[in-house]
Write a protein that binds this ligand. Structure first.
Ligand code: ATP
Ligand code: MG
Length: 213
């Protein structure tokens, strides 16, 4: 049997290396729930991404001041627990290491400069896609990436503005939000099946959202 190792050969005999397809799924993840995870694994599959980074916002500037945010280190720990053992999904602390307000345009530029040959894909829920015009550096985002859009219940039909390159991928619709999960923690309502066991354990261990071990 012939096993091909290394770069592929085109018909013309020119060596062509495979371009990495890397996805960025940014969020506050306060906390990460199965709506995020089901969207992430299916977006990765449908868009044929080699890997998808769940990038934890250091300072989600559009939310700052509106409510108390869980410290970024706790949100990162929950995302690490959520993706543990899931092929192709990775928790990223890139925005936390950079510090300050988290602009997706900066994150895309960092990932591009690390490897100029890779293709960048930005996974967005339809609510986030519709809000793109309000984002910092929206023109840079348009130039750097293709959008992989997943519908989100309550915001179906939300699309990026004119000029963006995007594809809509099909994912199971789950009407779950971090806002609802936080309210459940406060009220003592069940969290089962909305969060992975690892995330629930992490919340208990770190006593987040008023939940006791
Ligand atoms: P919050 O209620 O605190 O705003 P959230 O559930 O909206 O939290 P975010 O961290 O704000 O979660 O969202 C990050 C990304 O995940 C966004 O692109 C958002 O559209 C997407 N997303 C969140 N929940 C879902 C869901 N249930 N289905 C599909 N996409 C989702
Ligand atoms: Mg949100």
């Amino acid at each position: 049997m012939l096993t091909r190792v290394g770069p592929a050969r085109t018909l013309a005999g020119v060596t062509a290396t495979q371009r990495e397809r890397i996805g960025i799924f940014g969020g506050t993840f306060d906390p990460p729930h199965v709506g995020h995870l089901v969207a992430a694994v299916n977006a990765r599959h449908e868009a044929r991404l080699d890997r998808l980074l769940l990038v934890v916002a250091n300072e989600p500037w559009q939310k700052s001041g509106l409510r108390d945010l869980t410290p970024a280190s706790d949100r990162l720990a929950m995302v690490q627990a959520a993706v543990d053992g899931v092929a192709g999904l990775e928790a990223s602390d890139l925005e936390i290491r950079r510090g300050g307000p988290s602009y997706t345009a900066d994150t895309l530029e960092t990932l591009r400069s690390e490897d100029p040959s890779r293709d960048l894909f930005l996974v967005l829920g339809s609510d986030a896609a519709a809000g793109l015009p309000t984002w910092e550096g929206v023109d840079r985002i348009r130039k750097l990436t293709r959008i992989v859009l997943v519908e989100r219940p309550g915001s179906e039909g939300g699309r990026p503005p004119e000029g963006f390159d995007y594809e809509v991928v099909s994912v199971p619709l789950l009407d779950i939000s971090s806002t609802d999960v936080r309210a459940r923690c406060v009220d003592g309502r069940p969290l089962d099946y909305l969060l992975t066991r690892g995330v629930v354990d992490c919340i208990r261990r770190r006593r987040l959202y008023g939940v006791r071990p």
